[in-house]
Write a protein of this length. Structure first.
Length: 369
């Protein structure tokens, strides 16, 4: 292998998979077993819910917020949830807009995977374009993209990595990566290990001008859905990465040039294992809160079915128009029901602009933990 120089495009990036000796041993097997079991438990729990989509918006939103925070795009929960209470054509700005773009990218990729059942270059580009809200695609070969050290002062300009560059180079490496992910005969490797390997490879290829980190983390979740380890994008993977961000970048960089695959794979298996357990806890708590809310509504003779209880849990902030349906056809009726829930202490209310919106405080507390 050629000596690695971080100032020269890494065109010698080795193809996947790495040699087994670089990552496979008892430590990896043990963590792989635990991560697989916890992921299966999460999938099984989610499948027992009457409507899994109730939880997708809330958990996908947390994933979007954490993934954006990894890229230093910060917003408060309150700002984000308020933004979510508005329709897509309303004016959005600031960090909340970036996070909503991430969530839309997650759904766009999910729909592509469900329709096509495999990871394609079209899906990868679709996700990136939603993340960045751009018509751009694979970065042009003449673009001199480099990764700079995060920091201040004299450290800012230091180059830590130069991704592959050249006519057709990125396209070829991406084609090889997608073949690795999709061909389980040629590459017979556990999908969780494939996911970890592919995430490094994607970030090392760095196929786009910007947004590669967020795009890559979405692709991790989509691949688990493709391999039927999850039915919906409910794994809150970015929470672990955000809490262990320095190690995330350290382990990624340690593969480049030195091929230290095992620590990276152990890190990613820990991420899957701990976030699967974390997400399972979130779902159980939200499910318990729903049942408690249902019981209070029934005790107070409120029409649970008509009021569409699941709508109160799709997102923490609720506008009256969000409740409109074939059973609730007017804004005034929706306001009446929301006010009744407020009087029972199930919802709060505040004025935003010229209108009132209601918020599910207990749900916000669960999501913010």
């Amino acid at each position: 292998m050629e000596k690695y120089d971080r100032n020269i495009p890494y065109n010698q990036l080795p193809p996947l998979p790495p040699a087994t000796v670089l990552y496979q041993d008892d430590d990896v097997v043990n963590k792989l077993t635990l991560a697989s079991r916890r992921l299966a438990e999460l999938k099984g729990l989610a499948s027992t819910l009457p409507n899994q989509s109730i939880f997708v918006n809330t958990i996908a939103l947390r994933e979007a917020k954490a993934s954006s925070a990894i890229e230093n795009i910060f917003t408060t929960d309150d700002e984000l949830y308020r933004t979510l209470s508005y329709q897509e054509d309303d004016y959005l700005e600031g960090p909340a807009k970036e996070i909503l773009h991430y969530r839309e990218a997650l759904w766009k990729g999910y729909n592509d995977i469900v329709a096509g059942k495999s990871m394609t270059m079209e899906t990868v580009i679709d996700v990136y374009r939603e993340v960045k809200r751009t018509h751009d695609g694979i970065r042009p070969y003449q673009a001199e993209v480099v990764i700079k050290k995060r920091g201040w002062g004299s450290l800012v300009a230091e180059t830590v990595y130069t991704p592959p560059r050249g006519k057709g180079v990125v396209e070829k490496k991406m084609a090889d990566l997608l073949e690795f992910l999709n061909d389980d005969v040629k590459f017979s490797i556990d999908p969780l290990l494939k996911m970890a390997m592919a995430h490094y490879q994607f970030e090392a290829i760095h196929p786009f001008r910007d947004g590669n980190g967020r795009t890559g983390r979405i692709l991790c979740i989509l691949y688990l859905i493709q391999k039927q380890l999850l039915d919906l994008p409910i794994l809150y993977l970015s929470a672990y990465i955000l809490q262990n961000k320095d190690e995330y970048y350290y382990r990624l960089n340690s593969i480049t040039g030195t091929l230290l695959w095992k620590p990276w794979i152990l890190y990613m298996l820990d991420a899957v294992s701990q976030t699967a357990e974390y997400t399972t806890d979130k779902i159980l708590r939200i499910k318990s809160l729903m049942e408690k809310t249902r019981q209070i509504m029934m005790d107070n003779k409120l029409p649970v079915a008509r009021m569409n209880l699941p709508k109160l849990f799709e997102q923490p902030y609720i506008r009256p128009k969000n409740l409109l349906s074939d059973k609730i056809k007017s804004i005034n009726t929706a306001k009446k029901y929301l006010t009744e829930l407020e009087s029972l202490g199930l919802l709060g209310k505040e004025k935003v602009g010229k209108e009132f919106i209601w918020f599910n405080t207990e749900l916000m507390n669960i999501l913010s933990d």
